[in-house]
Ligand binder design. Structure first.
Ligand code: FAD
Length: 312
């Protein structure tokens, strides 16, 4: 929050990276390599997501610990309250606290796939707002608490007025910044920002940016998230859909253009990249925006964290 507030005050643009806990041990090692290299790009912070229902929670906590203590990266741990007894939430918060992590993104969590509607577990939490309150109660000001925002609505709630009311409740409960769901419609996002401000919400807003890797993954994600894709993006990508290298190149231009529009609005000073644990397409967009030097490809240097673990 301090870095976001500082960016707003000094009108300097900052960015953050989101990673998810890989499924395999080798995947975790690869992620650490990537984190180590992406450290050089200078993110304000990195996020580590929380597996639905606490699956792989151990790995999330471990990555947060490593990122904080070994790589010296300011870290934000996601935490959901779906399907989670409060004892598990306590363990996760304590692990983050012990690692020196001072940021939590407090979320409700998605409904488990096999269930149609989300249901609170007994003795658990109902909404993200309740988790925000709980963290505040337990840890005072130790954690900055981020909350999720939805410029294009949420699958189980398309009522924008109601969502805004609930967003405000999360901030009033102690949320200090907002990270948004991914989107590709910058105009709609900027209108939403105006509505957030009109609702009396004044904390920093960090738009979630999903770089384009391939046509198939792009189509899958927009379908899954049900986000609006402006015709210009479709027109740019569809004719080259079978050429991954071209999709990445044109996708980079389109995403950089969208980010530039957002930053040029003067309303937003931070960008949050959903990296999908990959460096290249995020780096290309950052280079295009002039936020990292071009050809800043991390060198294939020795990775000291590996040596310390006896790996090569
Ligand atoms: P809430 O803010 O609690 O809202 C959920 C629903 O309840 C909304 O429809 C809201 O309007 C309604 N509601 C809220 N308060 C009230 C109230 N007082 N009365 C009635 N209705 C109310 N999921 C994961 O599993 N792991 C992750 O790491 C993860 N990271 C995410 C990161 C970002 C930036 C975003 C945007 C989402 C992320 N998610 C993650 C997905 C998220 O868990 C889901 O979108 C979830 O369905 C909603 O979470 P929320 O925190 O926004 O819920």
């Amino acid at each position: 929050k301090d870095k976001l507030a500082e960016a707003e005050r000094t009108k300097r643009h900052v960015f953050s990276f989101e990673f998810f806990p890989p499924k395999t041990e080798q995947g975790v090692i690869n992620l650490y390599d990537r984190m180590y290299n992406m450290h050089d790009f200078g993110p304000a912070f990195i996020d580590v997501t929380w597996g639905a229902g606490g699956s792989r929670s151990q790995i999330t906590c471990e990555i947060v610990h490593k990122a904080q203590t070994f790589f010296g990266l300011e870290t934000c741990m996601h935490l959901t309250c779906t399907d989670m007894p409060s004892s598990k939430i306590d363990e996760a918060l304590e692990a983050a606290h012990t690692a020196g992590c001072t940021n939590i993104l407090a979320l409700r969590g998605d409904p488990p796939r096999e269930e149609e509607k989300w249901q609170a577990v007994e003795g658990g939490f109902r909404y993200a707002r309740d988790l925000v309150k709980y963290i505040k109660q337990r840890y005072g000001n130790w954690f900055d608490i981020g909350v999720a925002g939805y410029p294009e609505g949420l699958e189980d709630n398309q009522d924008q007025d109601l969502l805004m009311e609930h967003l405000k409740e999360k901030i009033d409960a102690g949320g200090t910044f907002i990270v948004t769901q991914m989107f590709y419609d910058a105009d709609n996002f900027l209108l939403w920002v105006d509505k957030v401000r009109a609702a009396g919400i004044n904390v920093p807003i960090v738009p979630g940016i999903m770089p384009i890797q391939t046509w198939d993954s792009f189509k899958r994600r927009v379908g899954h998230m049900n986000v609006h894709v402006p015709q210009k993006i479709i027109n740019g990508l569809e004719p080259i859909r079978n050429d991954d290298a071209q999709v990445q190149e044109v996708g980079k231009d389109l995403i950089a253009e969208m980010c530039q529009k957002i930053l040029d609005s003067g309303k937003i000073f931070a960008l949050h990249f959903y990296t999908m644990n990959l460096a290249k397409s995020t780096r290309l967009v950052l280079e295009e925006l002039g936020l990292v030097p071009k050809d800043g490809t991390p060198s294939n240097r020795a990775l000291p964290w590996r040596q310390s673990l006896g790996l090569n």
